[in-house]
Design a binder for this molecule. Structure first.
Ligand SMILES: NC(=O)c1ccc[n+]([C@@H]2O[C@H](COP(=O)([O-])OP(=O)(O)OC[C@H]3O[C@@H](n4cnc5c(N)ncnc54)[C@H](OP(=O)(O)O)[C@@H]3O)[C@@H](O)[C@H]2O)c1
Length: 321
């Protein structure tokens, strides 16, 4: 079977498609024929060597998949055979035609949720769902989503709007802004327009960026506001950012963080069930940028590297055993 291999950290061209032995399920495991792989910032960071997900080269990227169980190992309930499933892969391995996985990591896909929709919402929606659930957003709460044009950000916009929040979405182009308006944003702040008209006084700020501009965003939080970190596309904040936070002491800010890595597999499965209900009811929309065959893995990563995607870039291994 074929799979993508990162032999050396580097640019998209460092990715190779290689042959690999056919997986056979060990005890407690299954083999999945992968139909769709959701690609995102996690793949880019791992390929560049900038992620704790892959500390050394020599790995298969791909951190969320959907497909069908085709083989079950000893001690695995035979009912999993032929089931359509979704899985979050903390160790990667998803960019492959087939994958061996512990049965305890499987999340059954309900009828009506396609493999494309599962990974299009997938990780990004689960992060947003967990993040927004930590925040006191009700009717009229003023919410800023920083990085709203990104995969997690556009899901945070949808969840915050679902809770009744009045959402300002930061994005870098009119086209992205227009699309975020259709996903529930009340208004758009083009982050490249400079700071002069930057909105302020938010009850809640959800931040997927951090980076050197972080202290300026503490200034935009209103009294008794809540600030949540769930990503770091912009890199580390300045070393003295804590001083800025202390200056806001009298505004009684509350800081939150949310990472899916703190959730157990059981919790992820329970959250996924809620997500699939939201999708089936039309409350949350999976957003797909493009669907590409696995042979186009380099083009897919180039697109992600340039920040050109709006929504999920989906890879289809489509290998028949
Ligand atoms: N919490 C978790 O469990 C979890 C799980 C997976 C990933 N993550 C992390 O979450 C972060 C976001 O992931 P993602 O997949 O949403 O990323 P993404 O799709 O690449 O989106 C990031 C967006 O941020 C904006 N942006 C890029 N560089 C920026 C900069 N320097 N300053 C301000 N805005 C910038 C861009 O939109 P515009 O140009 O339109 O503004 C871009 O589309 C990453 O750090 C990722 O590692 C967290």
């Amino acid at each position: 079977m074929k799979r993508v291999w990162v032999n050396d950290f580097g640019p998209p061209e460092a990715l190779r498609i290689v042959d690999a032995p056919e997986p056979r399920p060990g005890p407690g495991n299954v083999v999945i024929a992968i139909e769709t792989v959701g690609l995102g910032y996690a793949d880019v960071a791992a390929r560049r060597g900038e992620s704790y997900l892959a500390s050394s080269p020599g790995f298969v990227p791909g951190y969320e998949i959907a497909g069908t169980v085709i083989k079950v190992g000893d001690d695995v309930d035979d009912a999993w055979r032929d089931r359509r499933v979704f899985a979050v892969l903390r160790k990667g391995g998803g960019c492959a035609e087939r994958l061996e996985l512990p049965a305890e990591e499987l999340i059954a896909l309900p009828d009506g949720i396609s493999c494309e929709d599962a990974v299009a919402a997938g990780l990004n929606a689960l992060v947003a769902q967990g993040a927004i659930a930590r925040l006191p957003i009700t009717g009229g709460t003023r919410v800023l989503v920083r990085g709203a044009g990104g995969g997690i950000g556009l899901m945070c916009v949808q969840y915050a709007a679902l809770c009744g929040g009045t959402v300002v979405a930061s994005a870098s182009s009119k086209d992205r802004g227009d699309r975020l308006l259709t996903l529930g944003a009340a208004s758009i702040w083009n982050r490249l327009d400079g700071d002069l008209d930057a909105p302020t006084g938010f009850d809640v700020i959800v931040d997927t960026i951090v980076g050197p501009d972080l202290p300026g965003f503490f200034d935009r939080l209103g009294t008794n506001g809540h600030y949540l970190f769930c990503g770091g596309v912009g890199g580390l904040p300045p070393a003295d950012y804590g001083m800025k936070l202390i200056e806001h002491f009298h505004g009684s800010p509350t800081l939150h963080a949310f990472s899916l890595n703190s959730a157990t597999p059981e919790h992820v499965a329970a959250e996924a069930a809620i997500l699939f209900d939201h999708i089936a009811a039309g409350r949350i929309s999976p957003v797909i940028d493009s669907v590409l065959p696995m042979a186009d893995i380099v083009a897919a990563h180039r697109k992600l590297d340039k920040g050109q995607a709006f929504g999920k870039v989906i890879l289809r291994p489509d290998g028949t055993p």
